[in-house]
Structure formats: C-alpha cells, structure tokens
Design a protein around this ligand. Sequence first.
Ligand SMILES: [Zn+2]
Length: 386
Amino acid sequence: MSETVSTRTVCCKLALDSASNAALRATAVAFNRAATYCASVAWTQNVTNKNKLHHLVYLESRITYGLGSQLACCARDKAAEAVRAVRAAPERRDKQTGESIPRTCPTFRDDSSIRYDMRTYRLMRLDQVSLYTLGGRVVGQMDLGTFQRNTLYDRSWKIGGAELFCRDGVWYLHITQTKADPAPDEPTGFLGVDLGIVTLAADSDGETYTGADVERLRRWYRARRAALQRVRTKSAKRHLKRLKARQQRFQKDTDHRISKRLVETAKRTARGIALEDLAGIRERVKVQSADQRARHSNWAFLHLRSCIAYKAQRAGVRVVFVDPRYTSQRCSVCGHTERANRRSQAQFCCVVCRHTAPADYNAAINIQRAAVTQPMVPDPTLQRLG
Ligand SMILES: [Zn+2]
C-alpha cells in the first residue's frame, strides 16, 4: 500500500506596519499579474509541467513583472496548478440549452493570494513571520490564539507553503502543514457504518448517531429561507447568507464529532471501517430508490463520509468500501433479501424469519459482513470536502 499524507491549514491574521502593508500590496499586484501571464502561456502552449513551464515564463516574470527569482517560481506554480485544475474539472453544461460550457484560461485578480514557499517566507520567534516582497523582506506579527499556536508549533506536523491574502484591509496567512499517515493497522474485523440523513450514522455495534439537531436546524432554515425569498430585499439576502453559513457550520461540526467517535471506536477495537461504495452504486445499480438518490447527492452525506475517511487515514484505521446492493433489503439474520423486508423507512422486518430491527442497524451489519466476504474496491468518488 502506498504511503499517504494528510494536510491541514492553519489560518492566522497578520499585523503589519504601513510600509510593509504597502510593500505587500504592490507585491500582490505584480505576483498575480505574473501568475496570469504564466497561466496564459501554460494554457496556449498546453504545458502544465512546472519545469517545462519554467523555461517559457521565467525571464518575463523577472523582467516585466519585477519578481525575485523565488517569487517568480511561486507565481509559475500557482498558474500551473490552476490550469491543471481547470483542465481536470468535469465538463459543465448550460442548464437551459444543455450546451457544453467551454473551459477558459484561469486569470488572477490583483488582490488574489500570494503563494509563498519555504524559500520566500520564514516563521520566526515570538510569532513573527518574515515575508518576501518586491522591496526585500518584511516582518509581520501573527495574531495566534492558543489553539492556533498549538497547531502551528506541533512538531509532529511539517510546515509547508503558505498563501497570503488581504480581505477588507486585513492580511491573512494560510500556512499548510503535512504529516505522513501511519501505515494502517491490519484489522482484526470491521465496524460496519450505514450513513443516512436523519440518523446520520448507525454502526454494526448498534450505536446510532442522530442528526436530530442538524435536521431541526435544517428544517428551520428552509422555512426561514422560503419566507426571506419572498421578501427579495438586499438585507433579506444578506440575512439568508448568514443563516446558511450558520447551518452549514453546525452541520460540519456535528460531522466532525460523529466521525471522530466512529474512528476512535474502530481504533480502540483494532477494527477497520466498512462503508458503502458510492462509485459502485452509480455504475451498477440502475434503479435507485428515491431515498438513495436523495442521500447520494446530498452534500451533508458526502461530507460526513469524507470526514470518516480522512480521520481514519490519519489514525491508521483501514477503510474499505463494499458493494451497496441489497444492504438495506437483506435480513442480517437469515439472509433473505426482498424489498418487502423494509416495512418502513425506519424499520426492518424480515418476511421469512420475522427478525425485526431498526433498518439502519440491519444495514450496518450487512455492510460489516460484506467487508469480510467481498473483494474491496477503491472509491474514486471520495474526496475531501473541507
Ligand atoms: Zn430473516
């Protein structure tokens, strides 16, 4: 198994004197214009390899945009990555006409971020950071809370590059950290996990993790949204945006708590975690129930799933994905599989052996069993959702 690496970002506010502030503003403009130039070259000549692109754009970045040699490399990297991301993105279609929307070369605004690498910025004592600008180095004071400080100076994480940007007159530095994940433990068994909407997760030990609070807030938000959308004023729109952000924060927070507990349970008992394979669901199962369709396109559902996967990866807990067919219709006692076994959304009742259980618990056991008996499939739909 190849070694995987986890990344995280520490965000901190910066205090700067006015001369440094002006130097960074000028640098941001030059940097992003150079990056836009690099992107246009990468786009038209179809080169996203950083070394190849380097020869095409380096001199121009230095001479026309006045960047130092290291910042020129950072501008090139930012451009190359942006072009690669646009090229790799799935095709978008116009909602009305269904026509394909052509991809366009990325450009960067003057106030877009400056990319820093280990050669262009440096953390110093007393929460200070030294940053390269067009006019030499400037020093900023990081405003760190206890949590940020502990995270930033945690020696088990390696400090990498950073992005600097200004919002409403305040500078922020986003510092990336990386850590090699431990090799996953050889699991002695599996914890099956069934994910849902109202009961967010149920495991094969019989533990359920409800999203009652999340669901209540979501309903409340939907009702408020309907009311506010009728108003259609600017302030109503602003209010709506704030409500949505609050609801999403709450949801994310809940997902982090649930995934943490699931991963801890698996780790403590030396088990892997088994989830349903979403890629398989889309390819193999032609007819999905409305419930399944709603679940699999649901952002919240995907977010919890990605939280479990990356927390497990960090903890050295193996995650496997099983064929999702019939996990909700199969009886976990006698194996009889029939749609009629699902008496309701919440209840499972086997028509053959009369076994009765909460539907998600029954599904979690099936998922756990499948992990033991099925060949494992990697899931390409899985991605980190923040
Ligand atoms: Zn049965």
